[in-house]
Design a protein around this ligand. Structure first.
Ligand code: FES
Length: 144
């Protein structure tokens, strides 16, 4: 696949998550609620997690933001569901590496998150892409 085709594929994956967000909403009796905002634009996200033992049983997000932040949240909730907190944080680490333009490893079970790899070229949008992952990190670190 040529670079341009891949770019287009990634763009359509991002728009699909933006228009048809997975896991949108709030888990009413979830064990963790994390609010996070992007200080540069004021966009915000609320992440709710249902954690049983060490496993993320369910994850939902709500909020307002640009297509990058909302699609990233949709992809993130899909990726972490069914995984342990430490696996989820390890995914977040790989995602950050990808945003920094460093080597990264995104496995198939991490879903569509690699579609955001192009954001690394636009430093102003990196905060958009990492908003949901920052929320995850904040909430699970407070938990420890
Ligand atoms: Fe606000 Fe992207 S412009 S999160």
């Amino acid at each position: 696949m040529s670079f341009n085709n891949l770019d287009q594929l990634y763009r359509s994956v991002i728009m699909d998550h933006y228009k048809n967000p997975r896991n949108k909403g709030v888990i009413e009796d979830g064990s963790l609620t994390i609010d996070m905002n992007n200080p540069t634009c004021g966009d915000r996200i609320r992440l709710t997690l249902d954690v049983e033992g060490d496993i993320v049983k369910d994850a939902k997000f709500d909020g307002e933001g640009c297509s990058i932040s909302m699609s990233s949240a949709s992809m993130m909730t899909e990726a972490i569901k069914g995984h342990t907190i430490s696996e989820a944080l390890a995914m977040g680490h790989e995602f950050s590496q990808m945003m920094l333009g460093n080597d990264y490893e995104i496995t198939e079970e991490m879903g569509d998150i690699e579609a955001l790899s192009g954001v690394a070229k636009f430093p102003a949008r990196i905060k958009c892409a990492t908003l949901a992952w920052k929320a995850l990190e904040k909430g699970t670190k407070e938990e420890e």
